[in-house]
Design a protein around this ligand. Sequence first.
Ligand code: SAH
Ligand code: SF4
Ligand code: F3S
Length: 476
Amino acid sequence: MSQPLITLDFLDKAPTAEALPADVRVSAPTRTGGGRKLYIESYGCQMNFSDSEIVSSILAAEGFDTTDDLAGADLVLLNTCSIREKAEQTVRMRLKQINSHKKRKPDMLVGVLGCMAERLKSKFLEEEKIVDLVVGPDAYRDLPQLISRVDGGQKAVNVLLSREETYADITPVRLNSNGVTAFISIMRGCDNMCSFCVVPFTRGRERSRDAHSIVREASELFASGYKEVTLLGQNVDSYKWASEDGQERVNFAQLLERVALVSPGLRVRFSTSHPKDITDEVLHTMARHENICKYIHLPAQSGNSRVLELMNRTYDRPWYEERVQAIRRILGEDCAISTDMIAGFCSETEAEHQDTLSLIDFAQYDMGYNFFYSERPGTLAARKLADDIPLETKKRRLQEIIDRQQLHARARYARMVGRVHKVLVENTSKRSQEHLSGRNSQNQVVIFPKQNFVKGDYVNVFVTSTTGGALLGEAV
Ligand code: SAH
Ligand code: SF4
Ligand code: F3S
């Protein structure tokens, strides 16, 4: 599975002819103006989903309508992920399927966007003959120009990274939207250089978007009926913006507060928090505003200090434990915490793996996105460390991490039974037309009988039971 920064509900995903992995997003039809048809598939994290909305907006201005029908598309774009080898293999396989569509419709243009485009650059054109266009994450404004070059019979590549680009002025076309929840990118890139990670190479230097444009986007979303925004960045706690004259400075806690003040009726989420950067100021800001959701994605990666050092995470286990304690102290036991863990990183011993399991017990995570280590070319680890844990061992350790994590997730769901939760309704339940599905502040899914409630309502639900992965109850 590729990595979401937070959980997503794909109830609104458009149907496609081929079976796609559950976490791939397909552009929904947005307009029917008779223009050229653009089909976008997005892999990887929410940054990519959010970027696809920016790409759709840039191309809408050029007369492209988005579609969910691959076979009928004039332009097919894959917004790709490089985080693990498997993510890249999935895209390669998909290009083969797209090739068969292109055979039937030879004027179909095929482009690769996102992290794989950035990593492989023009090599893509040599390796995948059907690709006409390769565009990196900071070059989307150049798409119209690149497409016209492809229209003229050439291939086109732009993978320049930027120190400034934040697409602050572009209003995203909300693809796959349930009309209730939306993403807002608040920063791009990453300067952290974790030794296993390809993101600093594919997304470039960290930069923060103008705070006013973020608050404006949140206000406009609320005015058009949205009830929840998720502020996105690889490392939101290092958000830092200053006005040109340097008079106004905004850190993440202050930005969070400004967005929370848009309206008490607008829920605010954010992802991802780096354990080295999350401050008490952020936690106190969360405590002050009921509408800032009590859920923190705080990836640990490992529970062992030696491994964390090799990973270049810049914190050790005691530091991480102290941050968890700060969350519990300031926000209470109810605040949900989730993690990402990597199983079988270079030279990890059995005892060090046990430390990861014991950290899971310590933090009692509500959710975990866990993977076994996949070496990425060009990263610090690939250059300096041996990928020496056998695949079988990696897989076994991963399974132990998943099993341990699920014990805690189930317990965290169970402790919510017998209480009233404020739920934001997002959709009809997947299983029953008579039920609605939404989430509580902690990001847990809550399902209850529909009555007269509709999408976008806040409903107080008394929870009577849990399936272990969702809460079931009735409106009070
Ligand atoms: N910026 C976020 C993580 C973004 S990448 C953070 O620092 O927490 C999402 C997750 O993918 C990471 O948290 C990590 O657990 C996983 N990941 C990244 N590179 C990986 C690799 N080479 N092998 C396996 N998992 C990896
Ligand atoms: Fe990758 Fe580390 Fe940056 Fe996260 S903080 S994106 S894991 S380099
Ligand atoms: Fe996201 Fe994958 Fe790139 S996780 S930042 S799309 S490598």
